[in-house]
Design a protein around this ligand. Structure first.
Ligand SMILES: [Zn+2]
Length: 504
């Protein structure tokens, strides 16, 4: 089965076909850097990381852009109210750029700990103001936007497809009319492309000239300066880094509305008319063809019910909270990836402990395979096809909308098979090692830490000799080899899946 992805836009699983050949463009909505992202945020970024890794395992060349929002994201994701970063700056008595830098650095350090693949582009919103203004001016020119006293707004009624991603069509929005605070807006759902530094925004520190896109230093009321709306940032960064049309756009499910709905509106209403020339797949003026959204994490700690993990509820856990409790960042990565991305993960300590144990089982097994001694009898040998069967099942699970829980089940079946097989042909070992490489590239959390000391070939020979003895029911020999292994510093436990050998 070729790669199929659940497309939030069409609400069905579709075969993935890139716009051009084997090249894929992926845009991911990154963090707003006003605080340390929590593991719920990282779980959304991890889905994108997994997607990119899996595309690469499939032989695609991926160009991935993942932005950093360092201005213009207002509290409650609305058009009114304070800029999240500016608000944090006031609380910490720092300027907004220092706040953005501080939390960007923390975020990048966390990503490194969690072994994220480095994207090709990490655009920062403050570096793309000119491109944002370009789109804004284009939308003004083609009547998809209008100016008010406090900014420039996108006119949702000018885009009949508004609502196609979230289902929040204009009819649906009209029916549930909200109280409108900005009387100058033509429709309550119209959203800001640009906010002027006037009235409640007159104290906004980060501001640029609407005319030139250059930073302005004036403080106080200045209608000629302003800052971008949050949504336009992603439209501009995606276009600049990846082009007008991209293959896949990812984010957390909370981004669907209004953020992604608005991105679609801006991007599709400002495309150059000649996009794609005569290629019909490129001329339908679609901004992103596949939209992938990560379900949110809920947190279920001691005695509480499940709650959404969010900064405003004060129940967030960060990567460093978990490291302090003794978890390896790879355990966190494994836990967050072990549940299919369209299933709500209910975070619990037990869940994380189980993930830690499961990951250890896999890394122990990997180190066993990596040190597999080829000096093993080939009778009762497993054949190459056995490994291929597991490898195909793994491929199928991942191609089925990145079904990680199914893919991990295949790995555990493979491990059981391996422990039962006792002897493998050289070919099978080679296949197995190749397959393990694929598993590692896909999940990125099975690095063997240095304290899982490599098992020497001598010890390997004892382990496999004992396995042979057990097959032949030669218990005297099996006991003798157990003693030898213990002398070499290993404990041996016989389990239904075969013997388990561990360093004492
Ligand atoms: Zn975004």
């Amino acid at each position: 089965m070729s790669l199929h992805l659940y497309n939030s836009l069409t609400k069905k699983e579709e075969e993935f076909v890139p716009l051009t050949g084997r090249s894929v463009t992926v845009y991911t909505c990154g963090p707003t850097v006003y605080g340390r992202p929590h593991i719920g945020n990282y779980s959304a970024f991890l889905m994108a990381d997994l997607l990119v890794r899996w595309l690469e395992v499939n032989g695609y060349t991926v160009t991935h852009a993942k932005n950093i929002t360092d201005v213009g994201h207002l509290v409650a994701d609305q058009d009114q109210g304070e800029d999240k970063i500016q608000k944090q700056a006031a609380e910490e008595k720092l300027d907004p750029l220092s706040i953005a830098k501080k939390y960007t650095d923390q975020y990048l350090a966390d990503e490194q700990l969690l072994q994220f693949r480095e994207p090709e582009f990490r655009p920062r919103a403050t570096e793309y103001i000119k491109q944002m203004l370009e789109i804004t001016k284009q939308l003004l020119a083609n009547h998809h936007a209008y100016e008010t006293d406090d900014g420039v707004y996108f006119s949702v009624t000018s885009f009949p497809a508004y609502g196609k991603l979230s289902g929040n069509t204009l009819d649906a929005l009209d029916a549930g009319k909200r109280i409108e605070v900005n009387e100058e807006k033509k429709h309550p759902a119209d959203f800001a492309l640009w906010k002027k530094t006037v009235a409640e925004n007159s104290h906004h520190v980060l501001r640029w000239s609407f005319e030139t896109g250059e930073r302005t230093s004036t403080e106080g009321d200045d209608a000629a300066s302003g800052f971008p709306g949050w949504h336009i940032e992603c439209s501009a960064m995606a276009r600049t880094c990846l082009g007008e049309q991209i293959d896949i756009h990812t984010g957390g499910e909370d981004n669907i509305f209004p953020h992604h709905e608005c991105e679609i509106a801006q991007s599709e209403c400002s495309m150059s008319p000649l996009t794609g020339g005569l290629n019909p797949r490129l001329t339908n003026r679609q901004f992103a063809r596949y939209w992938l959204h990560k379900r949110r994490i809920e947190i279920a700690l001691d005695g509480q019910g499940s709650l959404k993990m969010s900064k405003s509820l004060g129940n967030v856990l960060t990567v460093s909270d978990l490291i302090e409790r003794g978890y390896d960042p790879q355990d966190i990565r494994y836990y967050l990836l072990s549940v299919h991305y369209r299933t709500n993960l209910k975070f619990s300590w037990k869940g994380l402990d189980d993930a830690k144990k499961a990951r250890k089982k896999i890394t122990d097994w990997i180190s066993d395979v990596e040190n597999f001694s080829s000096a093993v009898s080939e009778k009762n040998s497993a054949h190459k096809t056995d490994v291929e069967k597991f490898s195909e099942e793994f491929m199928q699970a991942m191609n089925d909308d990145l079904n990680t829980s199914k893919a991990l089940a295949v790995i555990f079946n493979l491990m059981n098979w391996y422990h039962r097989s006792h002897a493998l042909t050289d070919d099978a070992v080679k296949d197995l090692q190749d397959f393990i490489e694929q598993i590692e590239s896909t999940f990125g959390c099975f690095e063997i830490s240095s304290d899982d000391a490599q098992i020497s070939p001598d010890v390997q020979a004892l382990i496999h000799g004992r396995a042979e003895a057990r097959i032949q029911k030669n218990f005297a020999e099996s006991d003798r080899l157990r003693v030898e292994l213990e002398r070499a510093g290993y404990t041996v436990k016989d389990t239904p899946e075969g013997q388990k050998v561990q360093k004492m």
